[in-house]
Design a protein around this ligand. Sequence first.
Ligand code: AFP
Length: 331
Amino acid sequence: MSSPMITIERFLLSQQPEYAKGDLTTLFYDIALAAKMIATQTRRAALLDTLGYEGTTNVQGERQRKLDVYADDVMFKMNDHTGRLCAMVSEEREDWIQIPDNYSKGHYVMVYDPLDGSSNIDTNVTIGTIFGIFRTLDDKNRGGLEDCLRSGRELVAAGYIIYGTSTMFVYSAGQGVHGFTLDPEIGEFLLTHENMRFPEKPAYYSFNNGSYRNWDPGVQKYSDWLQSNEGPRLSQRYIGSLVADFHRNLLYGGIYGYPGEVSLPNGKIRLLYEAGPMAFLAEHAGGYGSNGVESLLDIKPANLHQRTPVFIGSRELVTRAEEFIRKEKSK
Ligand code: AFP
């Protein structure tokens, strides 16, 4: 354990710039509380009969699992009444979420994927929650759709919670990426990974190679290069949970990719509440996130649930992917 013992609350207070002390700090604390509730529920899911499907589908046409619905509800209920947010966007809801009339509206917008990788839930594989935070564009006119449809460059903070062998809260508010581990005995997140950076020499690449035949030639050639003698000689690790694959690659160096496919030209990952926040974290850890052509942070979504190809992780590996893709496109 790190020494001295630093709780997430203490760290947040010491790190936030003066303007953000208060609302942004407590917003993180609210998210951390939601994370503890989701962690408790996921750990006991089989015992509480919360594995399996809810019997509904979300806006992406995906069948919702009971834990997807639970996590979405917790993220919403921990944040709707606090007066810190003026709007939210969730993967699980078609429209953006306005703050109920009986609560006051704050100055921040939170976008989130309540449970990423949820197809892994029933097999006890690591899953996560992703969030991003924007400041409202217009203090007098808060919480409209234009406050939500923003590029990743406009994020003031982003983070994820990873529900693995331990539960971790990882975030950046623009001053480094910091990780906290939940001590279940005392119910607190404690600082364990200060100032996380992608290591210089990467170790892993994480693509679903089962989809190789459906990728563009540029992505196929990049994948061939990764595995060739001329390549960087990485091991392949793919969990199929963006948060988990990203987290491992952040600690050991590497690249996660979810390219476009023949029947899914923009891939599967959502720009606003998955790719954008993860690209924000990558850049603040010395890495990079791209759609294969440009930075994921520079793309303004045209709609809330827009998808994008994703290549994210160690900067050099991602820029090499862009080179392969550009070269093939220009032929
Ligand atoms: P689910 O939330 O439906 O499990 O999707 C997770 C995800 O968006 C991302 O976290 C994974 O990396 C990717 O999809 C896995 O997709 P494939 O199974 O097609 O590789």
